[in-house]
Design a protein around this ligand. Structure first.
Ligand code: PMP
Length: 354
């Protein structure tokens, strides 16, 4: 080891999460990170035009109260039941740090959002991953043993499968001594939310994002809802790290998005309709496609290798996602774009597989 590297032994060893590619080229079809193909609501554009840039010289409101109160009103809960962060990744990471301080392993499925093991490693939280069943569904009984906390993505990613409310409730009810995080990043596209249960269970934290159904991945807004004591605990940890997480822009633009329910519903329906049509088209081409409750499809191209098809699509400037995990390497995760983008995908598949 050279002299300059004497500090290396004290470096925290991490294997970072690998996000989907954000290619620099512009003329591509990007179906690899589950973004929304439609722009944010016109109300967000209007509000953006009114942003007071001179105000950037001052720090934002550390409690982001304009956004927190708008979210509380939108969801019909108290402002003290809402916590906001820089995307749901920030909210989830902080929830791991706040709630998972036990020597007993936390539990999340073997196939789920691949950031969970990364946060567990970086914070040195022990974890176990009960395998999903053969059909990629969750067996709720796997979450009834002693544990240090539970994290469930519902609908799950990358499988797109939703777990029913009664089954999620079974998991929450079986774990009163630990916090159960339900990551509802994709719930607006067809899942059932357990938000109505936050007053019944003081161990339930529901996490949401603006990055998918609200078309605002670039603004980085996520939030959590739960019992006010859970929210206070997260706020205390956040304020021990960084007081000002939400920018002046994210606070006002996040609130503006909530003021346009009609646009939100319309665009969500469009994504769902395109998803169903694409699912049928892929099935007609011999793909095995799981029934999706999210804004993406998990599809197995039976006649060719998924990794090969991923590369061939890339040559056609169509980016989808391929995971190398043992149980899922035969599948592609395809985000739902516009009808036109999905037609391009289907035509490219026909050309490639001809
Ligand atoms: N949870 C799940 C299940 C996701 O797929 C994503 C998106 N990668 C996130 C959370 C994080 O989303 P964001 O930080 O953009 O809110």
């Amino acid at each position: 080891m050279s002299n300059e590297m004497k500090w290396a032994k004290n470096v925290r060893k991490v294997t970072p999460y690998v996000p989907g590619e954000q290619p620099k080229q512009t003329n591509i079809i990007k179906l690899n990170t589950n973004e929304n193909p439609y722009p944010p609501s016109p109300k967000v554009f209007d509000e953006h035009g009114k942003v007071n840039v001179s105000g950037f010289s001052l720090y934002p409101d550390p409690s982001a109260s304009v956004l927190v109160e708008a979210l509380a009103k939108y969801h019909g809960i108290g402002a003290n039941q809402v916590f906001t962060g820089v995307g749901s990744d920030d909210v989830l990471a902080l929830a791991f740090l706040t709630f998972f301080n036990s020597d007993t392993p936390i539990l999340f499925p073997d196939i789920t959002y691949s950031f969970y093991p990364v946060w567990a490693e970086v914070y040195r939280i022990p974890y176990e991953c009960p395998p999903l069943q053969e059909d990629f569904t969750i067996n709720v009984n796997d979450y009834k043993k002693k544990n240090g906390g539970v994290v469930i993505t519902n609908p799950n990613a990358p499988t797109s499968i939703a777990l029913g409310t009664s089954q999620v409730e079974e998991i929450i009810a079986a774990n009163p001594e630990v916090v159960v995080i339900i990551d509802e990043a994709y719930v607006d596209f067809g899942g059932e939310s357990v938000l109505p249960l936050i007053d019944k269970y003081d161990n339930l934290l529901v996490v949401r994002t603006y990055s998918k159904s609200r078309s605002m991945a670039g603004m980085r807004i996520g939030y959590a809802m739960g019992n006010k004591r859970l929210i206070q605990a997260m706020t205390d940890v956040k304020e021990s790290i960084n007081s000002y997480t939400m920018t002046r822009e994210s606070i006002v633009l996040g609130a503006a998005s909530l003021a346009d329910e009609e646009y939100f519903q319309e665009k969500k329906q469009m994504v769902v309709a395109t998803r169903e049509r694409t699912k049928e088209e892929l099935r007609r081409r011999g793909f095995e496609v799981l029934d999706s409750s999210a804004n993406f499809l998990f599809a197995k191209p039976n006649s060719v290798d998924a990794g090969w098809l991923f590369e061939e699509l890339k040559k056609e400037k169509i980016f989808v996602r391929h995971f190398n995990g043992e149980r899922i390497k035969d599948y592609l995760r395809i985000s739902i774009g516009t009808d036109q983008q999905m037609d391009c995908l289907l035509q490219a598949i026909d050309r490639i597989m001809a």
